[in-house]
Design a protein around this ligand. Sequence first.
Ligand SMILES: [Zn+2]
Length: 236
Amino acid sequence: MKSVSPRALLLGALLLGPSASMLALADDHIDVIDQATQVEMTPDQALQRLVEGNARFVAGNSTDRDLIAEQKATAGGQYPFAVVLSCLDSRSAPEIVFDQGVGDLFVGRVAGNVVDTNLLGSFEFATAAAGSKLIVVMGHTACGAVKGACDGVEVGNLTALLDEIEPAIDAVNTPTGTDRSSANIEFVNRVVETNVEMQVNELLRRSDVVRGLVEEGKVKVVGAVHDLSTGEVRFL
Ligand SMILES: [Zn+2]
């Protein structure tokens, strides 16, 4: 079991700032997450919130938000209930696909949604210091980064990034003669899902802090795949 260092808590306090008084000033109808709501929320409730938000998005019933009012209402502090690691892809923005507003989610984005030291540090801040209850690693169908990795694309710094997806490609077994290039979208999507599963494992393996919170039941880490053609997010 890992405990959060006083330094981490101090960092969290400095970054979050005192906010109860600020939130008290917020309009009653502005639905922003306050500290009590975040503290009382379980990891399963956080997941349910995302499931319901995605259902609203898919149904075309996304919340009609006063974003600038949410911005002002959260200026004194933030209590995001979940963290989402998603792809750089312009069509897979977590706040939109989960119908969340200002202050609801921490979001980390990188092509191919692969974890690295900086992202792990960010997620440790988001959970251990800032109190988020859920980490979602979200890939998406027809991912360009996964396609590039399948095709062995080598361009500048992208080469090293795509190498991170290589283990997922190797882990997907196919019958001899199967097309394993980006032309085979079914294969690409299998790699997408496998990559998500591997990144979840990688996150838990490399972050003692997050793993400790998971073992204590304070945080959950789940994988998901966002279908670009329907908007639906399928949790794994
Ligand atoms: Zn992508």
